[in-house]
Write a protein that binds this ligand. Sequence first.
Ligand SMILES: [Zn+2]
Length: 338
Amino acid sequence: MRGAVIHAPGDVRFETLDDPKILHPTDAVIRTAVTCVCGSDLWPWRGLEPIGDAHPMGHEYVGFVEEVGSEVTAVKPGQFVVGSFATSDNTCANCRNGFPSNCLHREFMSTCQADYVRIPNAQGTLVATDEVPGEELWPGLLSVSDVMGTGWWAADAAEVKPGSTAVVVGDGAVGLCAVIAAKEMGAERIIAMSRHESRQKLAREFGATDIVTERGDEGIARIKDLTDGIGADSVLECVGTAQAMQQALHSARPGGNVGFVGVPHDVAIDGQELFFSHVGLRGGPAPVRRYLPDLIERVVTGRIEPGKVFDLTLPLDQVAEGYKTMDERRAIKALLKP
Ligand SMILES: [Zn+2]
């Protein structure tokens, strides 16, 4: 088979690789239906995260089950499946407590930009759709494996409630999906912070009621203007930079909550400031597996259309172009078709 391998910053190649095999009785092998490039894949691409030895890339996937290990009974060959970027057994204490992305047997997926993928912990990780969905639903289902699940987590962690005001910091694919989540959870006012016209348009389509283009102190001031000087009930931080986190913490009202789902890079939080703010803070890798059945249902029934975050489709062998286009912000998110 063939798949993407990163060798150095800016150097992703589509190469011939060994076909994945069942290594453990709990594994499955799937044939990729569609996969994609994640914003977080851009950190090593940009040289902002060490790469070490050349290695495969990709953690978002939907596909057809090819083969299962002897202990996998939940899915069978031929089924269309969705899984999380973090695998989980769905039985350990952390899974039972609702945090499968902190499963005691967790393995992060990292080889998904390829024709075939081995899924560890397949029994707990994979969820099959009732029937093979039409191709038009594949992008939406793919988004559920990471960005839509992560956007949902941002809203869940920030405790978005019916009638509330939510602020979304970040207009990447996760931020846009977070707008969908806030809307689905009943937020009455959804303020998206975005400076890019095409992304603002999609944010509005997904349910944003207001757009704030300012950043930093000016952005915080705008949010205060829009919330009677108090701040928002919920703030969904979907970037992971120091500036985005500051913006999020200062945009929440006393007693409000910040859900932070952007992988933090150089983020430091002032304890005194947090203490006196009365703002609640929760984040981490999204417990996507917990949300899968519900989000799959919402996508299959057409209630939500997170697949719209893919504004570029490329053949899988042009995966490097996907990185480049996203790095240059010419695309929100690149869909890759084997
Ligand atoms: Zn577990």
